[in-house]
Design a protein around this ligand. Sequence first.
Ligand code: 0A1
Ligand code: ZN
Length: 875
Amino acid sequence: MRDAHPNAIYLKDYQQPDYWIEHTELTFELSDDHTLVTARLDIVRNSQRPASGCLTLQGQELELLSVALDGNELSVGEYQQDDESLTLQGLAERHQLTIRNRIYPQHNTALEGLYQSGNMYCTQCEAEGFRRITYYLDRPDVMSVFTTHVIADGERYPVLLSNGNPVAEQQLPDGRKKSSWHDPHKKPAYLFALVAGDLQVKQDTFTTMSGRQVTLKIFVEPQNIDKTDYALDALKRSMKWDEQSYGREYDLDIFMIVAVDDFNMGAMENKGLNIFNSSCVLANPATATDAAYQRIEAIVAHEYFHNWSGNRVTCRDWFQLSLKEGFTVFRDASFSADMNSATVKRIEDARLMRTVQFAEDAGPMAHPVQPDSFIEISNFYTVTIYEKGSEVVGMQRKILGAEGFRNGADLYFDRHDGQAVTIYDFTKAMEDANGVDLTLFKRWYKQAGTPQIQVSSDYDQARQQLQLTLTQRCPDTPGQSDKLPMWIPVQLGLLDSQGQDMAIQVEPASAWTAASQVLHLTEAEQTFVFHGVTERPVISFLRDFSAPVKVEFEQSRDELLFLLQHDSDGFNRWDAGQRLMLGWINDAMAGQFALDEAAVSVFRALLRDASLDPAMVTYLLSLPSEAYIAEFSADIDPQAIHQARQQVREALAAALTSEMAATYQRLQSDQPYAPQPQQMSARALKNLALGYWASQSAEGLQQAQQQFAAADNMTDQMAALQALIHSGERSLAQHYLDRFYQQWHNDVLVVNQWLSVQAGSAELASVEFVESLLQHEAFDWRNPNKVRAVIGAFAGQALCHFHATDGQGYRLLADAVIRLNGSNPQIAARLLGPLTKWKRLVPQYGGLMKAELQRIMAQPDLSKDVYEVVSKSLV
Ligand code: 0A1
Ligand code: ZN
């Protein structure tokens, strides 16, 4: 709990610590009512710092039992202790410090430090959870070699794990079991992990490129052992991919993954012992959707890739969080693009950026990829640090080219192996490996906000010249105004009247990279002249979403339709379609929407075009989400957006019903289910078609019911259920929801999906209905997945109910935040996101949202997490 006003921490105040910890030996004795921790720390003075002789260790909610220096127990007066630290003075060059303390994992509801999930013990130490285990220099620049002993009842906790390699296992005379682990790689405390439980294991091996055998193990609770195959396969593919794409090999004898049900985030890259939210690792065809499989593949890869981008080379301080997260997201995105469709992956990433990240940039929590300050670091595990951070890495690759980027990455890993470094060490490696100056580019790390590019073009037929004038500006964000121009790589193409790409010659030639077809915009305004342009081209701007920016470019609906049909860049084909549909939705909001036949026939042709990747067609035919539409609106009116989108969806569905039915029939398959890219792609389109079809005809509705009953996999069953919900046939939907629950009530992960489709649905999720879900036997406030499935889905997806005009949706969310503030502050603060955007909504809604924020602010004992988000939102 906080002081009156918790203080911010600033990047500019960074200093190295006065002592290092060379070796850390930990002993855990787990018992039912408490855990005893003994920490033996070999500390040595940091020669770079003045000799203060003073060491302050962080610690929270610890019961200190004893402190000994070089084997001599200190008396209470020989150290200072408060709620958050333990200080020793008058220290010499080297000491061995032994600390004993008690902790209470069974009462740990915050899920930071050591806690219980079901019948097992596990840890979560990033970012600052280790200090809830023992007193320590809990900061990422203190890297230590860890040895860990775990002692517990051998019957109930036969599996005892920690980082590194297993070194000894012993049966103690008192019936307890002791397992010892040693991790030879220096690491910061945030990468420490411990697991104890009665777990089953699925095992395999991987031979690295240098021929070493690595044992791979996935540990799960017994009922989940049939859900481990896919993650294990994804892990092997990730290991291979990192060798091939980055030349990086795994470095221990064993790599372990453990699945736990209670987890605040997706997963954690603890050295050699990744701990996963069970929803991000467990899958079998009957219970997991294709989307879940793809998420698992991406997250397994992400955590594995951290072994180099994060663990071997780590962050100097938490302001550098994007050093590991942005780069690792970039790596997992490239991996997913290679495993599946690169275009589809790019579309998905751009959708996330344009909805969630652009919204964050435009809200009160906007921060640069390298923030200058924070109150609670847990609040900075954001789409800006992760996804925008990844985009910033991706732009460097666009600028340097594939080979130059790889050389930069090699230099970065080799130069900084075993170190804790900064974002600028990364860009410096890119500069040094390529002989380029990225000074200007680095503004992407320091300036928050989404740059906006304005495009105007002028074609001169007589001179066969096209002039393109680009201006950029970046809106003010909290604490930052008057921003400087950024270096924006604009990938671009010019289409001739046949839809073919024209050859490009640009002036100034220095602003053009031919190989990657990139124009370099570096000033506030620049004009580029294209020569030899024999006819008026259709401009395909910002191909492949080459920079995370907003574009204002007037193109006619005919031009958009043309791009939708012909652009060689798949991303821009999709984007043209989205812009077209956004135009329709805006027409509908203005009360003047009519679907034009020309557009309908283009969409019809896309549906029929069997040469296209069905997943791509699925995206081409999906309307922008309400959140996406909101991001392109000046004053957000959520009810108007909802109605306009519904009207357009209805019109499109009506116009395409028979094609949708035909597409559905064409994609029916009797192949046995496999979570394999081609099949997934076909199922995506088949199920999109079912959704449209079932919304229009009794026959389609019939088909949805049949698919629900006959499905041998969750993708088809869930899609059928969703089609039934979206059809608006409420009692029919309820009937199938009940059947679904009966069928799956014993499977926690499936029940969570069941909660989430209901809480996120425009058709069902009135405030009253969501309140009834909160009372359901399947709901549990202590489990973050369930809170996300109900409250998160409601506030993030059922926007027409969350924004109920009487403010009851906001009240429901605020009540949840207040309730969770004490038990799980991280989750409480994360849920707040939707309320923080209040200034962007029309006042009718914004005022009610603000009032709920004020109500939260007035609560006693706000956690740092919630205090930071609410106080910044009310400024
Ligand atoms: N480093 C992890 C994310 C993570 C962060 C914090 C956590 O607990 C508060 C847990 C996980 C990743 O990027 O996957
Ligand atoms: Zn990560």
